[in-house]
Design a protein around this ligand. Sequence first.
Ligand SMILES: Nc1nc2c(ncn2[C@@H]2O[C@H](COP(=O)(O)OP(=O)(O)OP(=O)(O)O)[C@@H](O)[C@H]2O)c(=O)[nH]1
Ligand SMILES: [Zn+2]
Length: 326
Amino acid sequence: MPHGLIVKALSGYYYVLPEDGENMMSVQCRARGIFKKRGESPLVGDRVLYGLTENGEGTVDEILPRTSELVRPQVANVELAVLVFAVQEPALNLQLLDKFLVHTESAGLETIICLTKQDLISVDEAVHPDTQQQSQVWSGSNSKSGSVVATETSSMSLIVQLYEKVGYQVVVTSAKMGIGIQPILERLSGRISVFAGQSGVGKSSLLNAMVPGLQLETNQISMKLGRGKHTTRHVELIRLQNGGLVADTPGFSQLDFAQVEEAEDLSSCFKEFRIYAAECKFRGCQHQHEPGCKVIEAKEQGEIAESRYDHYLHFLTEIKERKRRY
Ligand SMILES: Nc1nc2c(ncn2[C@@H]2O[C@H](COP(=O)(O)OP(=O)(O)OP(=O)(O)O)[C@@H](O)[C@H]2O)c(=O)[nH]1
Ligand SMILES: [Zn+2]
């Protein structure tokens, strides 16, 4: 029985791409009734066994074991998340970035950060950050919401430095100028990835730049609402020439995984905290104001960025409040 991969689900049909790779056409399949009885349903990203029927269609007969399962977008077997944030338009929100990173860490996905629209900032700004900008990024937020929104004057290169130091690959791109496309393509090769980011950050534009002839619809950000229109719809995997498959997620997509429920889980989703957290005086230290907390010490010594620590505290409060409500 042939192996294939579901690249699209629509109106009760599953579109299965044969795994032999020679035929680039997907086979339109129904799922066998047995799945419904078992309360299962095939997902985009599933590797399956399928059979062909007389009418040129097929049936999905068996779903092979999944390595991961995202809730939103609903895709199985995702290995890599590309977190897409614009350097401007919409303004770069580091709190949102850190939230996405918590989600990808808790789901055990590899993650790369892609900063888009590099052409919107001047070379001077990117290359010669002055000290005032430096303190803006590193001192974190002073707004009530706790969000750090990088202002136009803040420096992209400091943000790149911050996240590279944490341990993430950061790729600066401009779909408009064709910059930074290749390094992203290389990471996407031969696996299933998901692009996540706010509406209007340039996800579709990036994909268009990677896939000749793709032409996903792109939209101007609605100035009035300050957000983009929803231009993308059902989940579908886009095929790259290098064998990579990318989930083209709807606008405003939040990566939605099994929730991070415990404070300790949260702390471990901040990669750079881990080595310090292991040395905290108290087991189960939540790094708030406990004596002998090595995470706080590292923050005070500048080893952990203030913005990251502030966001950690913010999310910790969110998690505790959510627990109280149930
Ligand atoms: N200057 C500049 N503008 C860009 C770049 N990439 C995308 N844009 C613009 O940003 C806007 C949004 O781009 P999209 O690619 O539609 O963004 P998206 O993330 O796919 O948005 P949704 O589909 O709503 O999730 C469009 O007006 C694009 O022309 C870039 O590299 N430079
Ligand atoms: Zn601690």
